[in-house]
Design a protein around this ligand. Sequence first.
Ligand code: CP
Ligand code: NVA
Length: 306
Amino acid sequence: MTRHFLKDTDLTPAEQAEVLDLAVELKAAPYSRTPLAGPQTAAVIFDKTSTRTRVSFAAGIAALGGQPLIINPGEAQLGHKESIADTAQVMSRMVSTIIWRTYAQSGLEEMAEHSSVPVINSLSDDFHPCQILADLLTIREHRGDVKGQTMTYYGDGANNMANSYALGGVNAGMHVRIAAPEGFQPAAAIVAEAEALAIQTGGSLTVTDDPVAAATGADVLVTDTWVSMGQDSAGRDDEASPFTKFQVNQELINLGNDAIFLHCLPAYRGKEVTAEVIDGPASVVFDEAENRLHAQKALMTYLLER
Ligand code: CP
Ligand code: NVA
């Protein structure tokens, strides 16, 4: 059966760990696996802009022996003249995998339903699961393991990154804390799913509006932009922004357990994080960016070799 990766929990805890093990292996020996040899083509479709996702998938597909086909916003019939179902059926006959950055999660689900090749979510309004795989790999490298580590996310607790940290982090057995203002906290469905998963993995999810308590003893502090792609910046980015209190600064880092700082990038210094933190000794954001390449190569290898 064709496997897809549309959200973090599409990999079981054991499968997620297996992908991370494979990522470590591929980072050490980058050309050791060639599931796309032929070369086969992998389509990478963008409805939103990107630097890391575009470059890491293009480079990763090439390193796996394949040929990336990058489709930029507005270039395909998809979204204008042709349905998702027809697009999926046409592309499935020509490419080995479909990687798609889009808006609605339901669009990805529809693509997967009609695709006979793996569909990978490279960011939707609801989830960014490829980023979380890279982040877990980075945490493993810097902290030795992911299971049992405490990770606090600051800012918009209802965006794609927050949802993926909640599910992907708990899937890995982490204690995830989401520090976010009221009105921007995770949806009840995400909390319920994470809590159910926590019973299985030994992880946990805590939601709070107290930034200081959330930093205390944390191993990892992480944040994201206050305005995600497709969102209106009004009420999010101005002086009265509800997120100001949740900016990651050196005081919060100092409350952690020799904490590392992560950010998916692009970052806005002086908004969600101070320059002192993101450019300082706790920051591992460029290891994290590099790990997009290794984690996604492992993910593609895993899905293609099923
Ligand atoms: N972190 C991330 O997905 O970056 P891009 O938007 O540049 O792809
Ligand atoms: N939450 C951000 C993540 C960017 C990688 C966005 O969706 O724009």
